[in-house]
Write a protein that binds this ligand. Sequence first.
Ligand code: 7RM
Length: 654
Amino acid sequence: MASSEPGQRELEALLQETRRFPPDPTFARTANARDPAIYEWARRDPEGYWAEQARRLAWFRPFEQVLRWEEPHAQWFLGGQLNAAYNCVDRHAEGERRNKAAIIWEGEPGDQRILTYGQLQREVARCANGLKRLGVRAGDRVTIYMGMIPQLPIAMLACARIGAVHSVVFGGFSAEALRDRINDARSEVVLTADGGWRRGSVVPLKAQVDLALEGAPSVKHVVVVRRVGEAAGARFSPGRDRDWEEWLAAESAVCDPEPMDSEAPLFILYTSGTTGKPKGIVHSTGGYLTGVETTCRLVFDLKERDVYWCAADIGWVTGHSYVVYGPLANGATVVMYEGAPDFPDRGRNWQIIERYGVNIFYTAPTAIRAHMRWGPEWPARYDLSSLRLLGSVGEPINPEAWMWYWEHIGGKRTPIVDTWWQTETGAIMIAPLPGLTETKPGSATRPLPGIEAEVVDQQGRPVPPGAGGFLVLTRPWPSMLRTIWGDDRRYRETYWSRFPGRYFTGDGARRDEDGYFWLLGRVDDVINVSGHRIGTMEVESALVDHPAVAEAAVIGRHDDLKGQAIAAFVTLKEGVAVEDGLKEALRRHVAGKIGAIARPDDVFFAAELPKTRSGKIMRRLLRDIAEGRALGDTTTLADPAVVEALKAQYQEEA
Ligand code: 7RM
């Protein structure tokens, strides 16, 4: 695996951050986590700590053993049985929260739907009965490909109710990406929508499913929510496809939840890694739910009367954990929004916060930076005084964005929780506890109670304070991934072989004198574009699939707005001329193969790519070129002249 040292420039800048934000005493007095002894308790007795968190869930059968650790495989809460949908819906619907809003949904064109816990329970049960009628059984995988509509969490919870394993594929992925994921999971059922709304236009979904299914023989049934109607131009294939409403019309609104073993897989979610093939990250029922319930309660300080909004798409892990499972396990009221933050205008987020009196708001630094660009006059038009906590996730938040968020959105009143975690960790790992932790803009602060992290060098030795290194987690935690679907070997190799006995995150980090962690970005071949993970190899494979391309090397370069942008260095096949429009054609080709999020920002035609004598492309040097730095060590290159020529050419063209 290629690795790069975290940038020295970033390190220097962060070392100079001296602002401190101690917890507000009024906030601290009523915070869910207000006793600092919680850290000591969890350090002394991690299993006892986690067992107590897990007991906040409803178990059909109590667990007998907290942890069985056979490195690198953990099993949590053994002997216990529970159901995730029961925990997220029924136990609230059957108690005091029956008529409390569970989901406040806001559609892009302005339509709204509020589902109480009682209504959500009936909808989930109907959908679960529908799935059973299609022959879905516990352990079967169901692929869900939808936009941000209420049927998406309903479908996920319906799977959980009967013990089926959902695999949600982000609606922005292409037909080909969807096909790969369906095939890898061998799903027999796909739940989708005719289309979705985005900035006033229709995003076709069913048409993508039709294309995907041309090469996905496992699929027997497709169910389609009519979100858009005629404009989506969806076609139905008789015998295979059916309409969601017709499917459920006759189904009963009662369906007993299946008691599942704590370790039963709850879902698979695909994420990018260092090879061209995305990894199916597998999460368990008991451990995952414990992780997301606990972190929502302690990090977001979620309370009974809060209206909570996480602006992530459910197609990513942040949406799984912090739109669906975490807040619903807590019985909260969740806002869910279908569309874009700048449609119909740039005040849309703030309008929603004012309209529903949102108390807790969670978004990504890239979104905050976009709002910074649009100007503080947009949030200033709305009453944001309901907000009492702000969260950040997906990429390092630069101190400027942190301060802007604090001032213009939080009104200098609200704590900010910068939350570091990954698809693989299932739940937040490093973040402040808002009533206890003094924050520093740009730092995710310290590992949560029950989590232990370290920064180590190439040899796995802890580095001294202030030095950069690799972030590892040093003990198992309940919501950790259990394996990679169908590829346990890759699980061992990716996460547990680099530093034996410790989980390798793929991130660079620095720890300061106070023990605070400063995240420095990926150290592997993964690019983080607007908080979304994209593998360089995936983009390279898509590029070389184009008939004009001989070779491609893809890197992430710094971008002020998106965190990183995708830069592609391409050599063309012999005889192919560099024509007008070829760059655009290549960009379109990648978007078609993977999805718009993977479309390269820069395409650069090179005569040759810099390679080592063994033929390995040196992406590190391409990053130096694209970011305008002096070239690093070039002694291992087969031909150092190649990279010098490339640099000169880049400076001329860029
Ligand atoms: C939740 C999520 C994971 C990668 C991770 C990091 C980066 C996420 C932060 C962050 C700095 C943060 N899952 N990352 N959160 N970097 N500070 N608060 O994003 O699987 O899609 O991505 O995202 O590089 O490894 S993810």
